[in-house]
Design a binder for this molecule. Structure first.
Ligand SMILES: C[S@@+](CC[C@H](N)C(=O)[O-])C[C@H]1O[C@@H](n2cnc3c(N)ncnc32)[C@H](O)[C@@H]1O
Length: 261
């Protein structure tokens, strides 16, 4: 997952979209995780800018996430026919919508209210969408009982930093997973950090492109999210843009751990 661990000064165009006063959009629980020392400015902090995007322009975020499809091997690798799944940091449902057919009961935990709203809308329109319950919550304090799920998963959401998971978040994911169940971190960063905590790694090969809705959308979103690649995206004239052109690693991998039985 390229974003939340990107260097603070990366993502200039996204950082410039928001102002320091915008942090007022955070709830108290969100502020304690995303601006723990107060006084943070999204102009200097790309991780903070992403959190503001989720709350101030959730549809814009959803357009990007919809274009950045997961490698089918990643979804295919996850277990099917399980009784309960917990997903943390579900966003607008890039993975959640794929989980509907893999579990009988799915809980999607997502802190950002605007993203929950979009996800609920998608579920209402989907076959068997009522299998998914969307609830607020954070990695480090999951509102689920011990051993709740057969599969506990996060996609492009978990990082080792305390505000976005960290030690407390990983141990919470393992707490809500049943004995012999599976914890999976999709599109991981910091593989060494996860390996040191007993996580194995799998990656699926093949070319991958971001599939924007149109060439116009590719240019528009590249100017915001991948400004250094925007000229090349415009020149190519296609709605499909290889991940390497945009300078991000594709969502083709996951780290996982099967808990002791
Ligand atoms: C890059 S988005 C990924 C969303 C979705 N999983 C996807 O793949 O499209 C990161 C998500 O993590 C959520 N998130 C950020 N901090 C979190 C935390 N401490 N606990 C749980 N979720 C968090 C954000 O609200 C956002 O929905």
């Amino acid at each position: 997952m390229a974003r939340p661990e990107a260097p603070a000064r990366a993502g200039a165009a996204l950082r410039k979209r928001y102002r320091a006063t915008d942090v007022g959009v955070f709830t108290r629980d969100e502020a304690s995780r995303f601006v723990p020392r107060g006084g943070a400015d999204p102009h200097d902090d790309i991780v903070l800018a992403w959190e503001l995007l989720y709350r101030l322009e959730p549809e814009l975020y959803d357009r990007l996430a919809t274009a950045e499809r997961l490698h089918p091997g990643v979804v295919g690798w996850l277990p099917r026919g399980v009784s309960r799944i917990a997903e943390v940091g579900a966003g607008t449902g890039r993975l959640t919508m794929e989980l509907i057919e893999r579990g009988r009961e799915i809980v999607a935990v997502e802190p950002a209210q605007p993203l929950r709203r979009i996800l609920r809308g998608k579920l209402a329109a989907a076959a068997h969408g009522d299998r998914v319950r969307v609830i607020p919550g954070f990695f480090d304090k999951l509102p689920l009982p011990d051993g709740y799920a057969d599969l506990v998963v996060a996609c492009s959401a978990f990082t080792p930093s305390p505000g976005h998971g960290g030690e407390a978040g990983l141990s919470e994911m393992e707490r809500v997973c049943r004995p012999a169940g599976l914890v999976a971190i999709i599109w991981p960063n910091h593989l060494d950090w996860l390996a040191a905590r007993g996580y194995s790694y799998v990656s699926f090969p093949g070319p991958m492109s971001v599939e924007f809705g149109s060439h116009d959308e590719a240019v528009e979103l590249a100017e915001i999210f991948f400004p250094r690649a925007a000229g090349e995206v415009r020149r190519r004239g296609s709605r499909q843009v290889p991940f390497e052109v945009l300078g991000i690693n594709p969502p083709r991998d996951l780290a996982f751990k099967v808990l002791a039985g």
